[in-house]
Structures are given as C-alpha cells and as structure tokens.
Ligand binder design. Sequence first.
Ligand code: SF4
Ligand code: SF4
Length: 599
Amino acid sequence: MKLFLSGNEAIAFGLMEAGVRFLTAYPGTPSSEVLPAAAEIKKRFNLNAYIEWSVNEKVAIEEATAASFCNVPSACVMKQVGLNVGMDPFMNTALVGTVGGFVLVVADDPGPHSSQTEQDSRFMAFFAKTPVLEPSTPKEAYKFSKEALSLSKRYEIPVMLRTTTRVSHSREDIEIGNIEDSGLSVEFKKDRDRYAATPHFRFILHKRLNEKLEKIKIENEIEEHFNGDTLIITSGISFAYICDIVEEFGLENKVKVLRIKMPFPLDESKIQKYIDEYGSAIVIEEGYPLIEMQIVDRRDVKGRNDGTVPKEGELTVDVIKSIFAKSGLIDYKKEEVVKPPFKRPSLCPGCGHRSAFYIIRKTFGNRAVYTGDIGCYTLGLNLNAVDTVHCMGASVSFAFGFNKAFSLDKNSKPIVATIGDSTFFHSGITPLIDAVHNRSPFILVILDNSTVAMTGNQTTPANETGASEHNKKPVSIEKIVEAIGVEFLRIRDAYDIEGMKEDLEAAKGYIENNDLPAVLIFRHPCVYTKEGLESNIRFEDVYIEQDKCTGCKVCIKDFECPSLVYNEETNKVFIDATTCIKCGQCVVSCPFDAIRVKR
Ligand code: SF4
Ligand code: SF4
C-alpha cells in the first residue's frame, strides 16, 4: 500500500511493521507525531501492542527497556532535550544491553525552530556507545526504523534513530509492507550478573558493549555517490540537500559524495583511505561534528572545526550552497530575501493562561521575580510575568534557589513561579518536595489547561484518556501538592480574574508569614481542546466602543491578546472578529472602560 507520509508517520509505520509492540514517548516538537501515528496503526491493524504517553522521558526509556528485557520489541520517542532527561537510563540500557530489540527515536531541532537548544543527539549515542542511524528523507525514516530494530535485535544493543525537523515534518509517497502480529514470546530470563550487576561487574558489561561496537563498525557500509575529484563526506538531511545541489549545478563529475548512514560507530580506517586517496575532504553534517571528530587525521579535513561549515544554525540548502561556493565548486551568491516583519508568538485568543499572567503581573508588579517553565505559558514573557525559562521543572527549583540566595542577604523579594500541568508531572514534583522540605516560601502557580497544548494537545496523567487505551486513572495534581506537605493550596478557574487576585493576595500574605511555598492551581481548559471549545464562556459579542477608546494601547501592552488590533488610520484599537473567541477576558485591561461585552 502506498501512503503519503510525514517522516514521523513513516517512522511509526516502520517500527510497527518491524514488530515493535511496546512504544512510549513524551511529546515534544519535532517528534510528537510518531506516537499518535503508531496508536492509529495499532487500531487500524488490530495489533496487540502497548502504547503510552509517559510522564517524562526517563520513565519512557525505563519502561521500554523493561519491555525489551521481556523480549518485546520496544521503542521510545522524544525530542533532543527530552533525551537529556532520559540519559541516566539510556546509558545503562546501552551497558546492560537489550533483548527483544529497542529503538530510541530522537528528533533534533537545528535552527532551532521550537527548542531551547541546538544539540546533536548523535553525540548522546556516541557518549552512551550505541549505534545511530540517520535518515535523510521520510522514505529512509521508514526503512531505517526497520533496520534499527533489526540491528538492535541482532546485537542486543539499543539503536538510536536520529531525525531532524525537516525529515520529521516533510512528506513523501512511501510503499508500506504488511503489518500484522506474528506472536510474542514474552519472558524475562533472570540474570543478575547482567540486570543487577554491581559496580564490580560493570566493567564486564562495558567490555561486551565495546565488542559489539567493534562488530557493528565492520557492518557500517559507506555509500559512494557521483564521480568527481572533490571528496564530500555527509549524512542525514545534508545528504539529500547535497544531491539536489549536485543536480542543480551539474556537479556529477566534480564531487565524490560519501554518504554515512550510521555516523557512529564509524570505521575510521575506511574513511581515512578515501581522504588519503583524494588528498582532502569536506565534511558536511547537520549538528555537531560527529563524523568529523571520528576522523583521526584531520589535517586535510574541512568542516565545522576549521569554520568551513558554520558552527551553529541549521544547514539549509542556501548554507550548503554557500559552503560549495566558498570551496570553489559553484558560483553562488545568496539572494537577499525581504523578510516579513517579525511577529512574536503569542498565547491564543481566549487562553486562560493570559488572564492568569495578567493578574499575576498586576498583583506583584516589577519588583517580583517570575520564574517560568517550558510550555505555551513560556509566552507569559509577553506579559512581563516570566523572567527565566531554563528547562522542564526549573521554574520551581529556580524559585527555591532564588529564595534561598536572597535570604543570604536578608533580601525578601516575592518570587512567583509558573508551571503547566504536564510539566509539573514531568519535572515539577521533585523540586517542590525540596522546597517544602527545606522550607522555602514562594508562590507556585500551576497553570492547568488539562493538556499538553504546545505540542499538539496530548494527554497528561490527569486525563482519563491516553494515546491508545482510554480507561486511565486520572492522577490529581492537588492531592500530590497536599501530600508533599504544602499547607496553602487554592484552586481557581483562570477566567475568574477577581478570584485569582484574591488568591494571589492571600498567597502573598501567607509567604510573608510562613516558611513554606504557597501553591495556586489556576485551571481552565485549553480553548483548542474539545472540552475547551465546548465549555468555554462566549459572549454574544465583545467590542470596543470607538468613542471611548483613546488609543493608549494599554490593553495591547498589558493583556496582549492577538485579537486586539491597533488601527493606524483611526489611532484606536479594534477587535479582530476573525480570531476573537468572545471570551470577554480583555475587558479588565482597559482603564477607560472601552471594551464592552454583549450578553
Ligand atoms: S486600553 Fe482601552 S482605550 Fe486604550 S487602546 Fe485599548 S481599548 Fe482603547
Ligand atoms: S474577547 Fe478579548 S480576550 Fe477574548 S479573544 Fe476576544 S479580544 Fe481576546
């Protein structure tokens, strides 16, 4: 059957066709579509498979590792920063080895388009000593997914499939094979020297891992393309771009392209032979110089290290053309493109987070320190209610750290941390335990919209539905907060601006007189979920009385709803009816009472 698939959907088809029957993931752009696609495949082909959104990447890797130990072909999916969270188990999974096959799919985001870092996950594979396959197209993503599981089974080693935003999100016609259950033989064969090895025996496991890598290295074939005198070594999406450039400029007899499917483990001697034969080489790879650094004699190698290839940013077609031009291969000057004016990202019209940030900022002003977190609510930045964004859960640990640091100087600035519901489950619970145990007074606002909104409205542990099974036991955020020992807890609808103000004032009073954090849960369903769409408050109309509007733009500055638009001709604000959801939340932001609602 031929299907028009994105790279992420192709990975799901490849994995399920190869026999993966245990799949875990934590959502994160650009990887989020793999797991829902696999859940659809499970349903469509009635497969005996377990698929879940895990609470975080560490848990996802551990669960899939355990399933692999039971001889169940397993896979785990995440974005690059997610692997930072999962590195602890991943290092050990590599050392102990797998049984039924284990593929770790990691999607990198060079650019970066929607991430905190530009890191190259292939280095994590190198660090953990696991093979990494790197597709350059969606079709290869499908093919390499199957090859990754096969390699993993043969060598009892986890195999990383590293994709990037462009491969994950581009589409291609792909011929898909048969997908059916072939029967699982689920068994955990106890072997304490392996699965519970004490440090004394760990070096034996390390030796076995090194032996596996030596064998895999020999299997790692290098593809040759074209027939010229300039040697180019490449992998992943860069290979696809280079092929296009060769065709566009007719370079078939000018370049020799070596394509590396598996950037680690590499047989350096094979590559060195080519370099010796051609006298020099240019290495072009998306991310950090992994292939380049494995070349032992780099005296005649150009790439990231000598600045031929830029050290940061995405290797787009234009960038690679510029590298070719610099190397004398083509005549190329990048065309100046007139970029549209920058429009900063913004919370959606009607988002409850906006109302929460608005009133947090109004209550605490400029003096407070606002620690933020990873999710749509990072955009509290636009409402001046986020001063730091670091990594998942850091809003809570930063609030704690700031509080303890300030106390060393008898400084008593209020600190307000904001974190989303899914991020709280992922990494916010442990720092809250630390803050309670070590008696740190700050305000933690959990912005609960009952979904992982930023990455496509995936479920959280508080939901009854999951990725494939829908009988989940919801886990209560408030009960967790209470169980940790928080004594001040209030829950409020995030559309109740007056109520939130009351809670924030009360929390402020509490932390001034107590030495524990105060927790507020401001809850309102994401307006783009089914629940949000059905249950959200809608007025018949929300409009701006043009006679009253002074054009001061306070509403735009303080409330920042994208539906509030300044008209340069009339010098007044109007509401864009095509995007406004008529929630009426902006009414509070106008000092002149110009924003009106019709019930
Ligand atoms: S705050 Fe009120 S008066 Fe000022 S621009 Fe907005 S709607 Fe007009
Ligand atoms: S009513 Fe106001 S806050 Fe709500 S979507 Fe419209 S402009 Fe935005």
